[in-house]
Design a protein around this ligand. Structure first.
Ligand SMILES: [Zn+2]
Ligand SMILES: [Zn+2]
Length: 167
């Protein structure tokens, strides 16, 4: 597959038309959910610069490139599921999402890796400059794992049902 026709990490049809233009800076995310998707895709690509650059100035000091790198090294991202996104004002939005992953830490026995969840409720804020308006990630709070339905598609994107795949 050529890079232009590759599906996007976030689940969009094509990386070239979905998150890539946001990663490259050729355009900004239109809304919190789009930025959330682009930040998930950046995690898959270990694009730490993008993660930091899209974190709001008020909380940026809480995130460190080396810690993000260590966290990402331990993770194989599988898929993203947006549970809901909402706007509480024109400049404040929230996204509730689950990112499914396998831990890269080897299991002590030979059992296959279980699907893990990073469920988070994230807050986003719009900042205006004279030229543009740009969304930023402000903070996130952990939420309980979402239940996985046996008959739903497996979060690992195999195309099989969960019960016939990673359960
Ligand atoms: Zn995408
Ligand atoms: Zn699976």
């Amino acid at each position: 597959m050529s890079p232009t026709s590759s599906p996007c990490y976030c689940g969009g049809d094509s990386y070239a038309l979905c998150c890539q233009p946001i990663h490259s800076g050729s355009r900004y995310a239109d809304n919190p959910e789009q930025l959330m998707r682009a930040r998930y895709s950046a995690c898959c690509r270990q694009d730490i610069d993008f993660l930091l650059a899209t974190t709001h100035l008020s909380t940026q000091a809480l995130y460190h490139a080396n810690e993000l790198q260590q966290w990402l090294d331990d993770i194989e991202w599988l898929s993203l599921r947006i549970i809901s996104s909402s706007m509480s004002s024109a400049k404040l939005g929230h996204v509730d999402f689950v990112a499914f992953y396998h831990s890269n830490n080897p299991t002590t026995d030979n059992t296959p890796p279980v699907i893990r969840q990073h469920r988070e409720y994230s807050r986003f804020q719009l900042e205006d400059t004279e030229q543009s308006s740009q969304w930023y990630f402000v903070s996130g709070e952990d939420r309980p794992d979402t239940p996985l339905e046996r008959n739903q598609p497996c979060p690992c994107r195999s195309g099989k049902k969960y019960k016939k795949c990673c359960l």
